[in-house]
Design a binder for this molecule. Structure first.
Ligand code: NAD
Length: 356
C-alpha cells in the first residue's frame, strides 16, 4: 500500500529531526511492505525566506491532497522582529484552520528508563506512565465572542465568551472514545459543570456519545480536581478529553510530568483519519545544526501517524518498541543523558531505524 505524506521540515532542528524520522518510516515500509511517498513543502521561516510568506498556498494545497502531514518545527530568532501576523508560527494556525484540525492529541509517556527525569516521586510513576490528552482545538473561549466595555461600575472591562455547540463536543468526544478503544478503554471528561453552562452541555453530550462505546468506562472530573489528580495519581488516567482552554493547560501539565521535551509527540486530527503530526517542542535554535537534537518526539509522532491515520497498529508498535529498545540498551541523546555519554541526532535515528 502507498501512503502520501506531506513533509514540512520547517526551521531550526526541524529538518534534522524530520530527516531521521523519514529514515525510520522507510525502514517500516521495507519491513512491512508499504511505500511512503514524501512531498516536501515550505512553511515557517524557511517559507518566508523563499517566498516572503510563512504559509504559501502551494503548501496548503499539497497538505490537503496528502494522506497525512509530518511537521518538524517552525520559528527562530531570525524572524522574531516580524509583526505577529507574518511570523513563522502563524503557519501553524493557518495549517490547522485550512486542514480542519479540530482535535489535538498529546500522549504523555514516561518510559521506565527515564523515570529519573520526571519531577514526580518514583513511586507515583513506577512502571511507566501513558496518558493521552485530547484537546478541542477550534472552539471554546479562544474563538468565542470577545470585546471590551468602556465603562462598568468597576471601571473598563473585557470579556471572552466560552461557547460550544453540541456537534463540536460530539466530534471531539468520538475522537476520544475511538482512541480509548485502541488503548485502555477509559475516558475521563474534564469540565467545570458545577459552574459553567457550556460545561453542562459538554457533559451531557459526552454521556450521549459514551452510549455508543459500552466497552469504554467514562468518568467526569472537574478541571480543578483533574489538575490535582494529574500530579497525585496520574496512572489512573488513560484518555482525557476536554475543551480548548482546559486542554491547553492540562496537556502542558501532563507533558511536564514526563520531564523531557525532546520525547513528546503530538497529533492534530481532522474529520476522517487525516492528521498533522509534529513534536511538541519548538525549533530549538540554541542547538540547531549541531547534531544535538533528540529525534524521538518526531519519530513517536510518526508512530502516531501510522496508528491513527493509516490504521497500521502493528507498524506503530514496532516504532515504539524500537524507541524503548534504544533507551533500554542505554543509548541517550544529550538532552536526556544527564551529563553521561550520548549519541548525536543522526546516530540516534540510525540506531532506532535499525531496531525496527
Ligand atoms: P523549544 O521547544 O524550541 O526549546 C526549548 C528548550 O528545549 C531549548 O533549550 C531546546 O534546546 C530544548 N529542546 C527542544 N527540543 C529539543 C530536542 N528535540 N532535543 C533536545 N533539546 C530540545 O522552545 P523555545 O526555545 O521556546 O522556542 C524556539 C522557537 O520555536 C521559537 O521561535 C518558538 O516560537 C518556536 N516554537 C515552535 C513550535 C512549533 O513549531 N510547533 C512550538 C514551540 C515553539
Amino acid at each position: 500500500m502507498n501512503y502520501n505524506i506531506a513533509v514540512v521540515p520547517g526551521d531550526g532542528i526541524g529538518p534534522e529531526v524530520v530527516s531521521e524520522t523519514i529514515g525510520v518510516l522507510d525502514k517500516v515500509g521495507e519491513k512491512f511492505g508499504h511505500t511512503f511517498t514524501y512531498q516536501y513543502v515550505l512553511a515557517g521561516g524557511a517559507a518566508i525566506d523563499e517566498t516572503g510568506r510563512c504559509l504559501p498556498d502551494e503548501t496548503v494545497e499539497i497538505c490537503k491532497n496528502s494522506d497525512a502531514v509530518l511537521l518538524g518545527a517552525v520559528g527562530g530568532p531570525k524572524w522574531d522582529s516580524l509583526p505577529g501576523d507574518e511570523r513563522p508560527e502563524r503557519a501553524l494556525l493557518g495549517l490547522r484552520k485550512a486542514l480542519g484540525l479540530f482535535a489535538n492529541l498529546r500522549p504523555a509517556m514516561v518510559f521506565d528508563e527515564l523515570a529519573d527525569a520526571s519531577p514526580l516521586k518514583p513511586e507515583i510513576i513506577e512502571g511507566g506512565l501513558d496518558i493521552a490528552v485530547v484537546r478541542e482545538l477550534t472552539g471554546g473561549i479562544y474563538f468565542g465572542k470577545k470585546g471590551t466595555v468602556a465603562s462598568t461600575d468597576l471601571g473598563p472591562a473585557a470579556y471572552d465568551v466560552e461557547q460550544y455547540a453540541e456537534e463540536e463536543v460530539r466530534r471531539i468526544a468520538k475522537v476520544a472514545f475511538d482512541m480509548a478503544m485502541k488503548r485502555n478503554r477509559k475516558v475521563t471528561s474534564v469540565d467545570k459543570a458545577n459552574v459553567l453552562e457550556s460545561s453542562r452541555l459538554w457533559r451531557r453530550v459526552v454521556a450521549e456519545v459514551a452510549k455508543d462505546y459500552p466497552e469504554v468506562e467514562l468518568e467526569n472530573f472537574y478541571v480543578d480536581n483533574a489538575a490535582m489528580q494529574l500530579v497525585r495519581n496520574p496512572k489512573q488516567f488513560d484518555v482525557i478529553v476536554t475543551s480548548n482552554i482546559f486542554g491547553d493547560i492540562l496537556s502542558d501539565e501532563a507533558s511536564q510530568i514526563t520531564g523531557s521535551i525532546g520525547m513528546l509527540p503530538s497529533a492534530s486530527l481532522a474529520k476522517g483519519n487525516f492528521g498533522m503530526y509534529e513534536p511538541v517542542h519548538g525549533s530549538a535554535p540554541d542547538i540547531a545544526g549541531r547534531d544535538l537534537a533528540n529525534p524521538i518526539a518526531t519519530i513517536l509522532s510518526a508512530a502516531m501517524m501510522l496508528r491513527y491515520t493509516f490504521g497500521l497498529g502493528e507498524e506503530a508498535d514496532a516504532v515504539e518498541s524500537a524507541v524503548k529498545r534504544f533507551l533500554s540498551e542505554g543509548y541517550r541523546t544529550p538532552d536526556i543523558a544527564a551529563g553521561k555519554a550520548s549519541v548525536g541526532t543522526k546516530e540516534a535515528g540510525r540506531l532506532i531505524a535499525d531496531m525496527i
